[in-house]
Design a protein around this ligand. Structure first.
Ligand code: AMP
Ligand code: ZN
Length: 115
């Protein structure tokens, strides 16, 4: 997608603090971190949200998830982390290119959601 900010980041057209890249996946620090470790992992293919996943995206999305632990550890989150995928209006998704937030340490995170 031409006007998608995360596609542009994955293509290197706008700068990011990259932490990992391979053929299908790109990972970079969140520009507005909410914890000492806060980075995003995205498929390079433009998948707008989890509502729009196609079978052809399964391998890249699987790799995105499979990388969370390794990259979290490398970034210093060695005692746990939280991975979040916001989807759509209710999920308060802001950037419509699927991304996994990896958020961690050293402090214990707040509970999941307030009741
Ligand atoms: P959301 O779509 O609500 O799951 O969150 C989008 C996330 O992308 C937010 O945490 C932003 O801080 C982050 N973000 C937006 N633009 C950039 C950028 N240019 N580089 C890194 N992170 C970004
Ligand atoms: Zn995109």
């Amino acid at each position: 997608m031409d006007d998608c900010i995360f596609c542009k980041i994955a293509r290197g057209e706008i700068p990011s603090k990259k932490i990992y890249e391979d053929e299908h996946v790109f990972a970079f620090h969140d520009i507005n971190p909410i914890a000492p470790v806060h980075f995003l992992i995205i498929p390079k293919a433009h998948v707008p949200s989890l509502y729009e996943c196609e079978p052809e995206n399964e391998a890249a999305l699987g790799r995105v998830l499979a990388l969370t632990g390794r990259l979290a550890r490398e970034q210093g989150a060695t005692d746990g982390f939280r991975s979040i995928i916001n989807t759509g209006r209710v999920g308060r998704q802001e950037v419509y290119h699927v991304h996994v937030h990896v958020i961690g340490g050293p402090d214990v995170l707040p509970g999941m959601l307030k009741r």
